[in-house]
Design a protein around this ligand. Structure first.
Ligand SMILES: Nc1ncnc2c1ncn2[C@@H]1O[C@H](COP(=O)(O)OP(=O)(O)O)[C@@H](O)[C@H]1O
Ligand SMILES: [Mg+2]
Length: 256
C-alpha cells in the first residue's frame, strides 16, 4: 500500500476546471516534486489533499484511510503537515509559541488527565517545549525563539513555518514553493534543511517548486502539471529530457 494515494482527482472552481484526472502514489521516504507554470493547479492540488477544498471527483487516501470529507485539522492530525505558498503566521505570537501550539494539537491529555493529571500535563508541556526547541535549532532559528515571528527576516519566517509543520509529526510533509523569494544563499540553506529533515525524520516530502535546480537535486520523482493535467511523471533525468515538458515549461524558464 502507498503512503499517500490520489486517484482521478478533478476539481472545478465554478466553471473553471483547475485540476483534471490527477493521480499520485507516494511511498514512505520518497521525495516528490510538482512543477508547472503559474496557474497550472499545483497549490490547488495541495489544498485538495489537505482538506482546504473538497475534490469535485476522485479520492485521496493516507495509509488506506480516506481523506475525502475530513477537515484540514483532522487531515493534519492523521499525518499530513504543510507549509503555504504565502506564509500563514500569527502576528502576535513568538516563534516558540508557533511551534508549541502546533504540537499541542498532537498531545492527548485524556479526560482523567485533564482533571487530575497536572503532573502528567507539566511533563508533557516540558517535553513539548524541548521538542519545539529541537526543531527550531534544526531549522537554525532557535536564537529567535522569544521574538515575535513577523519581526524576523523573511527566510527565517519560512523556517519557522517549516518547524511548525514538523511539530505535528507528519508522515508526509508538503512544501509549497519553500524557496520562493529567497536569495541564492538562502536557497542553498533551504535545500540543505529539506535534506536534513528527510534524513532525520525519514519523512516523505512533496514539494511544489519553481526553480528547476531545486527539484532536480532534491527529488526522486517529479510530476509536471499544465492546465490542471499531468503531462509527465518520472525521475529528474526523464523529466529534464521529456520533449513535452521542455516545450510546455522548461523552454520558457531559465534553468538555473
Ligand atoms: N479559490 C479559488 N477560486 C477560484 N479560482 C481559483 C481558486 N484558487 C485557484 N484558482 C484558479 O485555479 C487555477 C490554479 O491555481 P493554483 O492552484 O493556485 O495554481 P499554481 O499553484 O499552479 O500557480 C488558476 O487559474 C487560479 O486562478
Ligand atoms: Mg501555487
Amino acid at each position: 500500500m502507498s503512503l499517500l494515494q490520489i486517484d482521478k482527482v478533478t476539481h472545478y472552481f465554478g466553471g473553471l476546471r483547475a485540476v483534471y484526472n490527477y493521480n499520485l502514489k507516494i511511498n514512505p521516504g520518497q521525495i516528490w516534486g510538482l512543477i508547472g507554470p503559474n496557474g497550472a493547479g499545483k497549490t490547488t492540488i495541495f489544498n485538495l489533499i489537505t482538506g482546504i477544498y473538497q475534490p469535485t471527483e476522485g479520492t485521496v487516501s493516507l495509509e488506506g484511510t480516506r481523506l475525502n470529507g475530513l477537515s484540514p485539522h483532522e487531515i493534519a492530525s492523521l499525518g499530513i503537515g504543510r507549509t503555504f505558498q504565502n506564509m500563514l503566521l500569527w502576528r502576535h505570537m513568538t516563534v516558540l509559541e508557533h511551534v508549541k501550539m502546533a504540537r499541542y494539537s498532537r498531545l492527548t491529555y485524556g479526560l482523567v488527565g485533564a482533571f487530575f493529571g497536572t503532573a502528567k500535563r507539566h511533563r508533557e508541556e516540558a517535553e513539548s517545549e524541548e521538542k519545539a526547541y529541537h526543531l527550531l535549532k534544526m531549522m537554525g532559528v532557535d536564537q529567535f525563539a522569544d521574538q515575535i515571528v513577523t519581526n524576523l527576516p523573511y527566510g527565517a519566517q519560512r523556517r519557522v513555518e517549516m518547524a511548525r509543520a514538523l511539530a505535528m509529526e507528519p508522515k508526509v510533509l508538503f512544501l509549497d514553493e519553500p524557496t520562493a523569494g529567497m536569495n541564492p544563499e538562502e536557497l542553498v540553506q533551504m535545500m540543505e534543511i529539506v535534506r536534513q529533515v528527510h534524513r532525520e525524520f525519514g519523512l516523505a516530502i512533496f514539494l511544489i517548486e519553481h526553480r528547476m535546480k531545486v527539484v532536480m537535486e532534491l527529488c526522486d520523482r517529479i510530476q509536471t502539471l499544465v492546465f490542471g493535467e499531468l503531462i509527465a511523471e518520472g525521475t529528474p533525468d526523464e523529466i529534464q529530457d521529456n520533449p513535452e515538458v521542455i516545450d510546455a515549461y522548461l523552454g520558457k524558464e531559465v534553468v538555473a
